[in-house]
Design a protein around this ligand. Structure first.
Ligand SMILES: *[C@@H]1O[C@H](CO)[C@@H](O)[C@H](O)[C@H]1NC(C)=O
Ligand SMILES: *[C@@H]1O[C@H](CO)[C@@H](O)[C@H](O)[C@H]1NC(C)=O
Ligand SMILES: *[C@@H]1O[C@H](CO)[C@@H](O)[C@H](O)[C@H]1NC(C)=O
Ligand SMILES: *[C@@H]1O[C@H](CO)[C@@H](O)[C@H](O)[C@H]1NC(C)=O
Length: 392
């Protein structure tokens, strides 16, 4: 009788212990780089773009630790010499066929954009093409050979620290995304591009790059309440995935986990994920687009940045995504359909948000305190149930 009681006490203790471990040490393990995308300047977008030096100093002062260039201008790469901002460069889609045809073309590109600056400019990755499957599908067959040539050309130069990948768009490659456990890559891109790419990413320790817009999913699906994409924690703002038993409290995590599930179905569950674009427009030229407003946009970015800094990761990936690049740094100077920038064209801040990972220390500190309290409670339980000590 007594031993039965002791056993169930031990079982209860172990259960409590494991619950405490789950609720105390798992949060705050993720550390996601917060970056932004700076778009190519053309006469139709930024007729008088800020100088590269101004862009570099603005990015630093905002606390943004990585900048993604969706084009690659050597003058911009130069402006980040000796800065702590890392760069993700993009090779434009039209260059993909020549890079696929001949490795010396890849070398030539690297000699212009990387060799003069690296490693004094911290270039972390190169995306070969941007949403190429959608933008220039006729180049699809060249994508994997071009990626391999850029990777091999980097090795020719003795550079091993720059990852090579390519950027996809969520809507174009993920099918049946909700609930995330039913998500898969669409068959055609999976067979021709994604499957060989995933193998390449695993072989070279690179990451899967994807553009994720909760804004667009929200607009496509009328059943989604606005609180869900905007990270508003309301008692009824959640979606359960009954297969995995996981509860989602925001649409961003749900979309990230749909990508993780799709990779797992394709046989690769552990490849790191980088969100190369995400954003919320503060205005639209279409008056019916009422959700494109600065209040929602600020809530989205605040919610996103707070969520990333909390270090909670996503339900399927506790370590979270490696990096998230906000789209985009600066509003286009010539008004487009929607304005996505976190800065006005005159480079002033649109929202009161601190993008620096440093300020997350308060949250991290709280997590640590929680962990300490958790450990103290564990010790209290241990002292009381001395039968358990010998077991643990
Ligand atoms: C980069 O970071 C290091 C270490 O935190 C710091 O000492 C240095 O001043 C920074 N450099 C710039 C240009 O901000
Ligand atoms: C690749 O380009 C180099 C230099 O332009 C040239 O010498 C070589 O013949 C080309 N190789 C192929 C396979 O086209
Ligand atoms: C990938 O990372 C692992 C672990 O960090 C390392 O042992 C391995 O050499 C890396 N492979 C390449 C190709 O960089
Ligand atoms: C920058 O532009 C915004 C939006 O047009 C405007 O509200 C703000 O006053 C401007 N700031 C400066 C310093 O020009």
């Amino acid at each position: 009788m007594a031993s039965h009681f002791a056993l169930s006490a031990v079982a209860g203790l172990i259960l409590t212990l494991s619950l405490l471990t789950v609720t105390t040490s798992l949060p705050n393990t993720a550390s996601t780089v917060i970056g932004a995308t700076y778009s190519a300047s053309t006469a139709a977008t930024y007729p008088t773009p800020p100088t590269p030096e101004r862009v570099a100093s603005t990015v630093s002062s905002l606390g943004i630790s990585s900048l993604r260039l969706d084009f690659s201008d050597p003058a911009l790469v130069r402006a980040f010499l000796y800065s702590n901002t890392t760069l993700l460069l993009t090779i434009p889609n039209p260059l993909v066929p020549p890079l696929a045809a001949n490795r010396s073309n890849a070398l030539r590109w690297l000699y212009a954009h990387v060799v003069p600056f690296f490693p004094r400019t911290k270039i972390s990755a190169i995306s070969v093409g941007n949403d190429l499957l959608e933008a220039t599908p006729e180049f699809s067959q060249f994508l994997i050979p071009a990626i391999r040539n850029v990777h091999l050309a980097l090795l020719d130069l003795g550079i091993r620290k720059i990852a090579v990948s390519t950027t996809f768009s969520f809507v174009n490659v993920v099918t049946t995304p909700f609930p995330p456990s039913t998500a898969q890559f669409q068959d055609a891109p999976l067979q021709t591009v994604i499957r060989p790419l995933l193998q390449f990413l695993r072989d070279t320790n690179s990451s899967f790059f994807i553009n994720i817009y909760p804004y667009n999913q929200y607009r496509l699906r009328s059943e989604i309440p606005i609180s869900f994409p905007l990270f508003q924690e309301h008692p009824f703002s959640f979606r359960d995935d009954v297969t995995t038993g996981v509860r989602y409290r925001n649409l961003f995590d749900m979309m990230v986990d749909a990508v993780i599930s799709s990779m797992a179905v394709a046989g690769h569950e552990n490849i790191p994920l980088i969100v190369t674009e995400t954003g919320w427009p503060s205005s639209s030229t279409d008056p019916s687009e009422v959700d494109a407003n600065p209040v929602y946009a600020e809530l989205y970015f605040k919610g996103l940045v707070g969520h990333l800094k909390s270090g909670r990761g996503t339900p399927l990936r506790k370590e979270g995504v490696t990096a998230v690049y906000i789209y985009e740094l600066i509003d286009k100077q010539v008004k487009q359909g929607r304005n996505w920038g976190i800065l006005f064209p005159n480079m002033t801040k649109k929202y009161k948000i601190d993008y620096s990972s440093g300020s997350g220390s308060i949250l991290v500190g709280f997590g640590f305190l929680e962990m300490v309290i958790g450990q103290v409670l564990v010790f209290a339980f241990l002292l009381r149930g001395n039968a358990a000590i010998s077991l643990l």
